[in-house]
Design a protein around this ligand. Sequence first.
Ligand SMILES: [Zn+2]
Ligand SMILES: [Zn+2]
Ligand SMILES: [Zn+2]
Length: 282
Amino acid sequence: MAEVTLLGIAQDGGRPQPMCKKPCCANVGLDERAFPTSLGVKFEDSSTHLFDATRNLGDQLEIWQENLPSHVWLTHAHFGHVDGLGLFGRETIGAQGITLHVSQQMKQLIQNTPQWAIMLEQGVFTLEVYTTGDEISFGSETIIPLLVPHRDELSDMHAFIIKGKEKSLLYLSDHDTWEETLSLYNCKLVREWLDKFDIDTAFIDGTFWSYEELSERSQEEVPHPPVSQTIAHLGIRLPTDPEIYFIHLNHTNPLYDTSSLAYRTVESMGWKVGFQGMRVTL
Ligand SMILES: [Zn+2]
Ligand SMILES: [Zn+2]
Ligand SMILES: [Zn+2]
């Protein structure tokens, strides 16, 4: 069996977001903090896999309660997903021999960024390149990267399927639009896409509840399908549907507030909001 732990549910900036003086962040207590999105997976062969390396790596390893991961997987180069990589190095953890799984584009970026390149020289990481659709096995369990369209100034973006012995989980932290993601896989419906990969549990990009959280300019700069649009597309959850948990929530997202209308709407339709520390067995 694979044990999955959700180690963060926030968008790259975390919650509270630095310098946000608005009500969304003004009174966030210590126990209400949300770390940027990350996932910990332990397979039956004892290998441990961290998806995304955030600046809250220390807190997240405590939530996970595992030793250092033997494998780290990067989805893409946006800051919240990679800014914890340095913590594995000499100045902090002093790790050795972690396998760092990256796309070809991400590999080039790492080799060309002096702070990261030196960690390769020092043996902190060994790079392993994946390509979309690869089935990478650990014992009888598997990880499958899937290319998804997302702003690619620095690198491309991959979601991951984690296949345990009995169930499969999708980790999709970021993507631009459902139209683009679905059409890349020749699908028209979200259900059809999840069904194609036999997904039982899906952690899906829920950055914004609606575009009202954004100015018009930022809608173009940071496109993510809003949760209100995703659940309108899905409708009410059917008994045969996978469980969907929204993650990667922006600090402005009303889904942080369990008493908000947005939160109650998601729950009443049978969908869920991810929470830090939640565990799923596959
Ligand atoms: Zn992100
Ligand atoms: Zn805020
Ligand atoms: Zn991103």
